[in-house]
Ligand binder design. Sequence first.
Ligand SMILES: Cc1cc2nc3c(=O)[nH]c(=O)nc-3n(C[C@H](O)[C@H](O)[C@H](O)COP(=O)(O)O)c2cc1C
Ligand code: SF4
Length: 421
Amino acid sequence: MTSTALNLGGRPTGAFAPASLGPVSVRNRFIRAGTGESMADRRGRIGPDYLRLHEDLARGGVGLAFTGHLFVHPRGRYGELQAGLHTDDAIDDFRAVTDAVHRHGGRIFAQIAHAGSQSMVRDNEPLAPSAVDNVMTGRRVRAARTDEIDEVVAAFGQAARRAVEAGFDGVHLHGANGYLISQFRSPLTNARDDEWGGTQEERDRLPLAVIRAIRAQLPADRALTMKVGVADLVDEEGGLSVDAAVAGVQSFAAAGLDGVEVSSNLMSDYVSASIRPYIAVSRVRAFTDLLLHRLHRSAEPEAYFLDFADRVRARVDTKIILVGGVRRLGTVNRLIDSGRADFVSMARPFIREPDLVNRFASGRQTTPACVSCNICLMHDEHHPLTCWRVPRVNLLRHARYRFGGGFGSKGSGRKPSAAEL
Ligand SMILES: Cc1cc2nc3c(=O)[nH]c(=O)nc-3n(C[C@H](O)[C@H](O)[C@H](O)COP(=O)(O)O)c2cc1C
Ligand code: SF4
């Protein structure tokens, strides 16, 4: 028996109903959220393990995959193991990936990004709107010159061209989670008084210019979506508010977006702001997955960006992609059937179970095995993407690396101190 709900005409409904993002049709509502693969070499080039990962996701039933963030310019590289779409040499490598995904009936968008002052690459001069130390990395920066900003806009356009040539079905612009676009949008990090700063409209000018540069490269059969920060989640007062952010999203959508994935803008750390732990983990799950410290705690709530999504839905006419702690099949069906989301995107569950969609469809499973423990996040940019709880021996490898000082003094791969940079 299958758990895929069917309507009277025998067509799938809810999570399994096909839908489209602009010109791109998707076989179901499940998107693999952008998840840094950490599989590139020093030049940012990918290899067979990257291809295998994406082929497994498509074979496993994912409707659409966003790649992990791909840097568009060497100065925008986030980490040493990050892949890039910054040179034409990358096109053939990615062509093999998109071909493999298409063979299994999946779709794939290139998530393109510039890390700005959040870059962790040591010998990289990071770029930023203003001379404000990065809240997460503590990295010192100077204000970008206007010719450097023009170069960034052009780099996004060129990366989009390469994405098209590589056979991607669309481009997913990274405009959230503290990276360069978030930095330009926030009053806390953009104190410019030229055309790139001043009012909120001017602070939104960089993403608008980038959207236009990307659109100019996309033929009619490719889509453009954006992960967009809907509020600054930092302690400091005076950051980007939801109202101001949503007004910006209206103008981005009008400039040519086919969908919006809603997330946080500036963040003081990844875990509390956008990659929250222990979502929907019952006590029984905690026990079976050796999470002894969770035995007496109740499950953390699912879909933690739903309020942000509702705020965007109320004012912006675009497809809503809901990310952030979406877990159980019943939740996905409710979100889709109620119209609060058009698609859901999940990151951590697909790391542990690339075939999760097929498991859901077969009725074998309704809750992902992933317990959102975030060990995979700690290893981001340290080791290739994998679930560190399976097989169990991985937990030992993790412990050896962690207690051997592999993450440095901070103990986490995602928040290095200035001294480590
Ligand atoms: C290991 C790891 C790497 C990530 N890399 C990216 C990335 O490259 N681009 C991005 O937009 N988000 C990235 N994220 C965030 C996810 O896209 C997602 O927003 C977040 O994990 C919440 O979704 P989830 O609860 O389904 O995991 C990453 C998350 C994890 C755990
Ligand atoms: S290490 Fe495994 S269980 Fe933990 S969050 Fe990552 S994918 Fe989920």
